[in-house]
Design a protein around this ligand. Structure first.
Ligand SMILES: Cc1ncc(COP(=O)(O)O)c(C=O)c1O
Length: 432
């Protein structure tokens, strides 16, 4: 009875998963803080290689040890503490959905908005909480007041859901959607900025940038592109699906006007959570994608009339932020970049093996494309799974043909050794 009363009390007063009663505080905080203190004297680069620290992080996840999951670029698992929070909120919800969901858990949204805003380095009144990058960015793409003849510049290497949204706008409203194309990897910011600049005309109203390209993990010089675009009078949208929670940055540093991300990738928040940011002065002019009584209001909450959705998932975001902050943003970026280069540098030395991603961590971090001459990406991904139980994803798209490999904070160095050994054995027997 006591446990139940305590459960209800903590759920009611701390629905946003913050403060001393959060599951994270109870389950992990002491261990992670102690582990953090042991490496406090190390720089982020040195800490990236401290396996004792990362072993604590690895134990915080419940990934299947029989499978090496190297497709964290698709979607990432949540640490146990986040899963437990979601289960807990879900059980609470099912005791009386309309009361607990709309009456209790809903109270957690404003504190959560504050926490997300702090993480992103923006004002809480500029942050909308939603379900994923697609929802965030489609809201912006469909919501911007553009007219026939207005031009938008994006790239063929942007994410399909955004390209399709722009194409739909072109068909419906007569806007002109121009797509440039890149041959990645590129280790030259000016070249990338120049490509966008060349495609712009006086009619260009929007430049759409994918901060970290999903296909091969190229990290784009968002700030430089944004500054160039602004100087020419265009607004800038950044798709931060892969960068948020991975790269150590604050949204204002990108110099953009609009930003959308999923939280279920590198932040490890519950699957089905996302965030949209719009610069304060631009909110009023963007139409909400779903209905709202005041569509022209400058209140960011007008974008959250999403109908019935999972409040347990949403509230689980708070525990993911706790977990992320306990690791530390910079440390996390350095660790994942280290893991990527750990395997990629070794793989690059294997005959027939080719990388599609830069080894320079100014242009890449988690994601790296790899291929074996004489093998299709699908055949390589299948061989890695069938023979080594390594899960990756084969990509054949436009000018890209590779297997995409994406480690996360819970990835073990030994698993990457298995990947490199596997690539070596597979490449050694390819004919042709
Ligand atoms: C660059 C990029 N943008 C957007 C998305 C869409 O994310 P979601 O499916 O969470 O909406 C993805 C998904 O992988 C992505 O890689």
């Amino acid at each position: 009875m006591n446990g139940r009363r305590e459960f209800l009390r903590s759920a009611a007063t701390l629905a946003g998963a913050f403060g001393v009663n959060s599951l994270f505080e109870r389950a992990h905080a002491a261990e992670l803080r102690a582990a953090g203190e042991r490496i406090a004297h190390l720089s982020a680069v040195e800490a990236a290689q401290n396996e004792d620290f990362w072993a604590v992080i690895q134990r915080s996840y419940s990934v299947n040890p029989e499978i090496v999951n190297l497709n964290n670029g698709g979607v990432s698992p949540s640490p146990i503490v986040v899963q437990e929070a979601v289960e807990r909120y879900n059980q609470l919800t099912n005791q009386g959905p309309s009361y607990y969901m709309w009456g209790i858990l809903d109270q957690g949204r404003e504190p959560l908005r504050q926490r997300l805003a702090k993480l992103a380095g923006v004002k809480a009144d500029e942050v909308a909480i939603n379900r994923n990058s697609t929802e965030a960015l489609n809201t912006i793409i469909y919501g911007l007041p553009l007219k026939a003849g207005d031009e938008v510049v994006g790239s063929l290497q942007d994410y399909p859901n955004m390209m399709q949204a722009w194409r739909q706008r072109a068909e419906r409203d007569g806007i002109v959607y121009k797509q440039i194309s890149f041959d990645f990897p590129i280790e030259d910011d000016d070249k990338i900025v120049a490509a966008y600049e060349k495609a712009m005309t006086p009619k260009t109203k929007v430049v759409h940038i994918t901060h970290m390209v999903n296909w091969v993990g190229q990290l784009m010089p968002a700030r430089k592109i944004a500054d160039m675009a602004h100087a020419k009078g265009a607004e800038v949208i950044v798709d931060g699906a892969h960068s948020f929670g991975l790269i150590d940055f604050k949204v204002p540093e990108l110099g953009c006007d609009y930003f959308g991300t999923s939280l279920h990738k590198f932040l490890s928040a519950p699957i089905g959570t996302g965030m949209m940011w719009i610069a304060e002065e631009k909110i009023a002019k963007v139409w909400p994608l779903t209905c709202n009584a005041e569509p022209h209001s400058g209140n960011i909450r007008k974008f959250e009339t999403l109908g019935t959705r999972s409040f347990p998932l949403e509230q689980g975001i708070g525990e993911a932020i706790n977990f992320h902050e306990a690791i530390g943003s910079k440390r996390k970026q350095e660790r994942i970049g280290y893991l990527k280069n750990y395997w990629a540098e070794r793989a690059a030395r294997i005959p027939r093996v080719k990388l599609s991603t830069s080894l320079d961590l100014r242009y890449s971090c988690a994601i790296c494309g790899v291929s074996v001459a004489g093998m299709t990406p699908h055949a390589l991904a299948t061989a890695l799974f069938d023979r080594y139980r390594i899960h990756t994803i084969g990509i054949v798209y436009e000018n890209i043909s590779c297997v995409r490999v994406t480690p996360h904070v819970y990835t073990r160095v030994g698993d990457l050794d298995r990947l490199v050994d596997g690539l070596g054995e597979i490449a050694a027997v390819v004919k042709g």
